[in-house]
Design a protein around this ligand. Structure first.
Ligand code: DQA
Length: 146
């Protein structure tokens, strides 16, 4: 089983970006965590990040036929992007929406998610540990799907 783990805008700055909100782990640390976790589960991952909405959409399109599902931390595009929502709906790949922070405990504008409407489920508030949680949730779903 192969999973695309896709990260959106500003997540390249993890480690130094508002560490009180997002923690001290860098995106490279999180990638290493995901790779270690994938090997214990016998899964493969592609790990990517872009600050550009269109590039994220291209990655979602390219996932079709190459990956069984997607873990998406769309950053602020979560709260704004009909285009990302449509991309997920178009490829019909099971997608777990992920956030490091508990978006529901934050500003009102972060309570809205376009991604959630087309997601299998949502994991938020557990920091970097949410990534392996999302992987397990997606792998369990894919195993059950057969
Ligand atoms: C985030 C939450 C978003 O609201 C924010 O815009 C981000 C990061 C998170 O992982 O907690 O960039 O997706």
């Amino acid at each position: 089983t192969s999973i695309l783990i896709l990260n959106g805008p500003n997540l390249n700055l993890l480690g130094t970006r508002q560490p009180e909100v997002y923690g001290r782990a860098t995106l490279a640390d999180i990638e290493a965590l995901c790779r270690a976790h994938a090997s214990t589960r016998g899964a493969e991952i592609e790990f990517a990040q872009s600050n550009h909405e269109g590039a994220l959409i291209d990655s979602i399109h390219a996932a079709k036929g190459r990956h069984g599902g997607i873990i998406l931390n769309a950053g602020a595009y979560t709260h704004t992007s009909v285009a990302l929502m449509d991309a997920i709906a178009s490829v019909q790949l099971p997608t777990v929406e992920l956030h490091l922070s508990n978006v529901h405990a934050r500003e009102e504008f972060r309570h809205v998610s376009y991604i959630a409407r087309v997601a299998l489920g949502v994991i938020c508030g557990f920091g970097a540990a949410g990534y392996p949680m999302a992987m397990d949730a997606l792998l369990a779903h894919l195993a059950q799907e057969g």
